[in-house]
Design a protein around this ligand. Sequence first.
Ligand code: GLU
Length: 457
Amino acid sequence: MSQVRVRFAPSPTGFFHIGSARTALFNWLYARHTGGVFVLRIEDTDQARNSEEFLNVIYDSLNWLGMTWDEGPKVGGAYGPYRQSERAPIYKEYLQKLLDAGRAYEKDGAIWFKLLGERSEVFDDHRKKTVTKVANTPAVIDDQIRGRVERLEDEDFVIFRSDGNPVFHFVNVVDDIAMKITHVIRGEDHLSNTSKHVELFKAFGVQPPVFAHIPLILKQNGPGKMSKRDQGALIEEYQKKGYLPEALVNFLALLGWNPGGDREKMPIEEIIRLFDLPAVNQSNARFDDKKLAHMNMVYLLEQPADRFVALARAQLERAQATAALAADPAYLREVVLLSQPKIKSLEELAAYTAYFFTEDFVVDVKVRDKVMAKGDPKARLSELAETLATADFSSDTTIEDAIKALATRTALGFGDYQSVGRLAVSGTNVGPSLTGMFRVLGRERVLARIAKFQATL
Ligand code: GLU
C-alpha cells in the first residue's frame, strides 16, 4: 500500500475541546504507527464563524500535546495552502471538472451536485413540498470502526451557495483528493455526511479513502455527547491547571481505543506501536475527570527532579505565587521535590507549599481545635522544641531518630509529636513528611515557629 496520509481538519469556530483533541490524536497516532504523514488542514470557509484566536488555540494545543504536523499551516508542504480560505482557485478548478462532466448545474443562484439515475417528482410530507428524487443505489462505506455502512443519497445537493462560497461537503472532498488523503479518521457525527462524500469522490473518478468514524465522547454525568460548554471540555483548561500533556494524551488515547488487557499508563512509544483502527471501540466513551486526574498524578509522581521543578516553577508563575518565586532557587527546589510525592496536581502546589515561604501563614482553626483537644499537646510541643534544639538536622532520618528517642523516653508515640509539631510549624494537618518539612525549613525557623505558636496558647 502507498504511504498513509491522514489529516486533522478542524474548523476554528470555537475553543479546542477534548473531542477534537482525540480526533487529532487518533489521526496522529495512525500516521506515526504506519510511518505515514499527518496533515493539518484548517476548514475555515465559514468566514462568519471563524476566528484567528481559535486558530491559534488549535496550533498551541496541538503543539502542547506533542502532536506535531508534517504538512499544514506554518510548516508548509507539497499540497498547500492548507487553509481552505486560501484555496478558492482550487475549488473553482474542481467545480469546472464537474460542470464539464455534466455533474453540476445552477439553480436558484446556487450550484448543485447532480446524482446519476432516473428522476421523479415526489411530494415530501415532512417538508411539505415537491422534491426531485433520484433512483440511486446506496453508497457503501466500509468503515474501519463501524463496519459496513450503507446510506442512500437520492437528492441532488448544493455545493456552492448563492453567495459564491463552497459548501463543506465539496471542499472537504476536493481537499482530500488534492491532498492525496488515504484515510479519513473523524468523529461519528460525520458518518451521515459520508454518503455525499462518496458520491463526490465517484463523480471525480477517484477511489474514496478508507473511512474510520470514531465514537462520541459522552458527558461525565447524564446523557448525551460532551459539548464545548461542559466542565472540563477545553484543552486550554488543563494547560492552565498545569496538567502534564503526556498524561492527557495517554488519557485521550484510552477514550475509545482499547490496547488490550487492563493497560492504563503507557509511554507514547508503546501507544504508537499498538494503536490501530480496528481496535477502536464502536461504543461511545464516557469522559471521567477522576480518571484523568489520577493519570496526571501517576505521571507527576515519576517526573525526574529537574523536569518536575521546571513544571512546578511554571505553575507557581501562573498562580502568581510571588513569595515562592522570590525565594532562593535551591530552597524552592527542595520544597517542590518534598511535595512531589504528595500532590495530585500541580494546581495544588501554590497553596500546598505556601507556609514554606512566609511566617504569616494561616492556622487552620478547625485543625488547631482538634489537635489541641487531645492529650497534653502543650507539653509535647515543649519536649519537641527541646529535642529539635539539639537534634542533628542533616537528614530526615537523623531528625526522625531524635523524635523517636524522645518518644521512647516519654513512653509515647511518634504520632503524639507529629500532629502538634505540624500544626505549630505549618498551621495545618496536611503536608509532606514531617521530618522532611523540618529539615527543609531548618532548625531556626522551626524553633521560631514553635515558640510563636506557644505564645498564642
Ligand atoms: N471540519 C470538520 C469538523 O471540524 C472536519 C470534518 C472531517 O474531518 O472530515 O468537524
